[in-house]
Design a binder for this molecule. Structure first.
Ligand SMILES: O=c1nc2n(C[C@H](O)[C@H](O)[C@H](O)CO)c3cc(O)ccc3cc-2c(=O)[nH]1
Ligand SMILES: C[C@H]1O[C@@H](n2cnc3c(N)ncnc32)[C@H](O)[C@@H]1O
Ligand code: SF4
Length: 328
C-alpha cells in the first residue's frame, strides 16, 4: 500500500459455468444443470479478444465450485472435449496467455494438486474466506466451511501463489466474527506471505433468494470493518472494495486503497444488477488521490518471481503497457 495511491485492474469476467455444488443463500450466480450451463468456447475466446483489444490485463475465471459433483454436468463438459471444468479452465487460461491477458482464477475450493496444476497457468488466484463463522447462509455449502477455506489458503501459501481473499459482510456474522476472520488472514500471511489483497465486500440482496429481505450492512459497519482491517493487516496487503457495490468515494476515506477488477467489457456476473463505473469516472471517486492501474499479480510478487516461467514475458510486456498508459 502506498499512501495517496488507489489501484485497480482492468479485467474481463469469464463465468465458465454457473453450476455449483454449494447452495449459498445469498447467491443468484448458481444455476441448475441445463442447456447453456457451460460458457461456450467461442464466447470465452471472443470475450478474451475483446478484453485484449480494450486494454484489459486480467482474465478473471470465476465460476461455480465443484460443478462435476452435480448430476448430469459431466455430459455438458464432455461436449467441449473435457472431463472436468478445471481442464476447461486450464485450456482457456492457456488461450488467454497466448492472446496476451493474464489469468486470475477463483474457482472456489481446489485441493493441493489442483491448485499446483492450475497455478502453473495463473498469475494470481483467489478465494473469498467470506467469514470464519458457521452461519445459516452456508448450511448447504460444504465448501464454505471455514476450515476448508482456510485449508486451501494455506495450500496456496505453500505453493507461493499470490492470493486474493476477502470478507463478505452482512451474511449473519457478528462484529467479533469479522475480527476473527481478519486475524486468520493475518496469521496466514505471517506464515506464508502470499496475501496481496483483502476484499471487503458488502452483501447485496438478490430477488428470488431466501435472503431477499435480509438487511444490508450499514455504511458505518463497512467503514468500521475497513478500519479494523487496516489495524489487523500489515501494510503490504491492499484493502479492496468493489466500486460497483457501495459508495466507494466514502469508503476510500475509511482506508481503502484498491478498487479491484473493473471491466470495460463484461458485467459483474455475481452482482449483475450493479454496473461497473466507467474507468474514466474512477478518478471522480478517489478525490485528490492518484489512480494507478495494476496487474492482477502485485509488483512485490513479480519482484520475488512468484509466477510461472511461461508468464514472464507477458507480465513484463503488460507492466510496460500500463506504465505507458499512466504517463499519457
Ligand atoms: O468482478 C468481480 N471481481 C471479483 N474478484 C476479482 C478481483 O476484483 C480482481 O480479480 C483482483 O483484484 C485481481 O486483480 C474477486 C477475486 C477473487 O479472487 C475473489 C473474489 C472476487 C469477487 C469478485 C466479484 O464479485 N466481482
Ligand atoms: C465471488 C464472490 O461474490 C460474493 N457474492 C456472492 N453473492 C453475493 C451477494 N449477494 N452480494 C455480494 N457478494 C456476493 C461472494 O463473496 C463470492 O465469494
Ligand atoms: S457464492 Fe459461489 S459457492 Fe456460493 S452458491 Fe454462489 S457460486 Fe456457489
Amino acid at each position: 500500500m502506498q499512501p495517496g495511491i488507489i489501484t485497480y485492474s482492468r479485467n474481463v469476467f469469464l463465468p465458465l459455468t454457473n453450476v455449483c455444488h454449494n447452495r449459498c443463500s445469498y447467491c443468484i450466480f448458481k444455476t441448475p444443470v441445463k442447456d447453456g450451463c457451460v460458457m461456450p468456447k467461442a464466447d470465452v475466446l471472443s470475450t478474451l479478444d475483446l478484453g485484449v483489444k480494450s486494454g484489459c490485463t486480467e482474465a478473471l475465471f470465476t465460476f461455480g465450485e465443484r460443478p462435476g459433483l452435480e448430476d448430469g454436468f459431466l455430459e455438458y463438459i464432455r461436449r467441449y472435449g473435457y472431463e472436468t471444468i478445471l481442464e476447461y479452465c486450464y485450456d482457456m487460461s492457456l488461450s488467454a496467455i497466448e492472446m496476451g491477458i493474464l489469468p486470475h482464477t477463483n474457482a472456489g475450493i481446489l485441493d493441493y494438486n489442483e491448485l499446483e496444476w492450475l497455478g502453473d497457468v495463473n498469475a494470481s488466484m483467489g478465494l473469498m474466506l467470506e467469514t470464519t463463522a458457521d452461519i445459516p447462509a452456508h448450511k448447504n455449502s460444504p465448501g464454505k466451511k471455514p476450515e476448508v477455506r482456510i485449508g486451501m489458503m494455506e495450500d496456496a501459501g505453500k505453493l507461493k501463489i499470490p492470493f486474493t481473499t476477502g470478507l463478505l459482510l452482512g451474511i449473519g456474522e457478528t462484529p467479533s466474527d469479522r475480527t476473527e476472520s481478519l486475524e486468520v488472514i493475518e496469521s496466514l500471511h505471517k506464515r506464508y506471505g502470499h496475501i496481496q489483497e483483502v476484499i471487503i465486500q458488502n452483501f447485496c440482496p438478490k430477488e428470488g433468494t431466501s435472503m431477499e429481505k435480509w438487511p444490508v450492512p450499514a455504511k458505518e459497519e463497512i467503514c468500521d470493518t475497513i478500519n479494523l482491517a487496516r489495524e489487523i493487516l500489515p501494510d503490504d496487503i491492499s484493502i479492496q472494495i468493489p466500486p460497483n457495490l457501495s459508495d466507494a468515494s466514502e469508503l476510500i476515506e475509511c482506508g481503502v486503497n484498491d478498487l479491484g477488477g473493473v471491466s470495460p467489457v463484461t458485467i459483474d456476473y455475481v452482482n449483475p444488477e450493479h454496473p461497473w463505473p466507467e474507468i474514466e469516472n474512477l478518478k471522480n471517486i478517489i478525490g485528490k488521490r492518484r489512480l494507478e492501474e495494476r496487474l492482477c499479480i502485485y509488483q512485490k510478487y513479480i519482484d520475488k518471481g512468484w509466477y510461472p516461467e511461461r508468464l514472464s514475458g507477458l507480465i513484463d510486456k503488460l507492466n510496460k503497457d500500463i506504465q505507458h498508459r499512466s504517463y499519457k
